[in-house]
Design a protein around this ligand. Structure first.
Ligand code: UD1
Length: 432
């Protein structure tokens, strides 16, 4: 298993380019299953989860060409299997995104119950309940969810989600696009990735309105066609590099990003003493303010509020801020696994239920630590970058799921980080 070796204490300086959003590319790739025509997606990040999603499409019978590294041309003309198998779903929960399009287009779908990040129980009951409301029958057979539309086609309905769910909203949008009649989603997720998916689907001929707000309407159509689309920049990668600039007391120009997708993060970081200049609509210049970092509480909530996917990185930052801050996690239970590793490095963090109290301005010391999930790994890398001495982070396959060539990017900013492959030091980061 690969590890990262980090020698901390170097301020990161320079420029980096943000890649495409993993959480947008995943549903957009799933949406290619809605048509027999070719859908071309640009700016698909080269990360493990997308490789898994591509495998899933190919296993189902789609052809995926990559004329360039980050361009996928998908043709799902000959779909003969309607099943996302366990060996893929267990490594990536987003495989459940195959359910909506398969059910919408073919009236049948089978997906193993998901695995993915170890961040608490992550049920898909809301997705399944919504499919039932669209007229599907859903049953659990030997660990698989089997969904069928009795007359081969779903029927539009009103879906009122009792809890905001991102992939649930996306699954319903995809399932309802080819249903008979109109569907309204209430209490829909408002994430930028939902808007991006709707934009792609509308280019394919879908009739979706309101994506990006809490009420989405989908007018079912008879068929969808090919389209070409560029995936939005990854807002979580952007936020992670913003914290990297602040935590190492460096200065990073972050290019090809969408600051308007990160309003809550930018606001919170500014409150906490991070200077963020918007050089133009897609470039940020980020550095710690001369007055230093100050502790500020944060609560994770659905978009447009502070995202749970930035909680771990923000907690790492708070270990260096002046004062005491509360980090409250309201989306996922068990999403504080990075805290115990940060404590091993010298952080002062007390957890009680969904609240972490961080006493800041602690000197972090390098230590052997374990990554436990995707965003936790990012927070450990950030902590290691500002710690004294050497940190070895094990199980970095988690970070490979969502951050493209992170070692290469950090090294280009002056970080002393290397990937260790089975005991050997990799000179150049292997593309994952
Ligand atoms: C997506 C993101 C993930 C992010 C999360 C929250 C993708 C591929 N992943 O995950 O990075 O952390 O949104 O912003 O886009 N829930 C249920 N029943 C369901 C579905 C969800 O109880 O059927 C609960 C979950 O356990 C969680 C909350 O709803 O407590 C939100 O989860 P959800 O928005 O569905 O997360 P994902 O879509 O899996």
């Amino acid at each position: 298993m690969d590890k990262f070796k980090v020698r901390g204490g170097k301020p990161l300086r320079g420029r980096i380019e943000i890649g495409g959003a993993k959480n947008s590319a995943l549903p957009c790739l799933a949406a290619t299953l809605l048509t027999a025509d070719t859908v071309t997606l640009h700016n698909v990040p080269y990360v493990r989860d997308l490789i898994t999603q591509r495998r899933l499409l190919e296993d189902l019978g789609a052809t995926v060409l990559t004329p360039e590294l980050r361009t996928h041309k998908v043709t799902a003309g000959n779909i003969e299997v309607f099943e996302a198998p366990y060996h893929l779903v267990k490594t990536m929960r987003a495989s459940v995104l195959a359910l909506g399009p398969l059910l919408g287009r073919f009236g049948q779908a089978k997906v193993s119950l998901p695995g993915g990040c170890a961040i608490g129980t992550r049920p898909i009951d809301l997705h399944l309940k919504a499919f039932e409301q669209l007229g599907a029958t859903v049953s659990l057979e030997s660990g698989d969810v089997v969904a069928r539309a009795p007359k081969g086609r779903l029927v539009g309905s009103v879906i009122d989600f009792e809890k905001v769910t991102v992939t649930g909203t996306e699954n319903v949008m995809m399932a309802a696009a080819l249903a008979k009649g109109a569907t309204t989603i209430r209490n829909a997720a408002e994430e930028p990735e939902i808007e991006d998916l709707a934009e792609l689907m509308n280019k394919m001929g879908a009739r979706i309105k309101g994506a990006g707000t809490s009420t989405i309407t989908i007018e079912g159509v008879e068929g969808l066609g090919g389209a070409e689309h560029t995936i939005i920049p990854d807002r979580i990668e952007t936020g992670t590099f913003m914290v990297a600039a602040a935590i190492t007391d460096g200065e990073i120009e972050i290019r090809s990003c969408r600051p308007d997708h990160l309003t809550a993060v930018i606001e919170k970081l500014r409150e906490a003493g991070v200077e963020i200049d918007e050089l133009n609509p897609s470039t940020l210049l980020v550095r710690r303010s001369s007055a230093g970092l100050v502790a500020r509480d944060v609560t994770t909530e659905p978009h447009p509020n502070f995202p749970t996917d930035m909680q771990a990185q923000y907690m790492a930052l708070m270990t260096q801020a002046d004062g005491e801050s509360k980090v409250i996690e309201t989306i996922f239970e068990n999403r504080f696994m990075h805290a115990s590793e940060l404590i091993r490095m010298g952080a002062d963090i007390a957890i009680s239920g969904n609240t972490a109290v961080v006493r800041g301005k602690r000197r972090l010391m390098g230590a052997p630590i374990l990554a436990s999930d995707l965003r936790a790994s990012a927070s450990l890398v950030l902590a290691a970058l500002c710690a004294d001495g050497e940190t070895v982070i094990d199980r970095v396959y988690h970070i490979d799921r969502g951050y493209e060539t992170i070692v290469r990017k950090l090294r280009s900013l002056g970080a002393d980080i290397e990937r260790i492959k089975e005991g050997l030091v990799a000179e150049v980061e292997t593309e994952v």
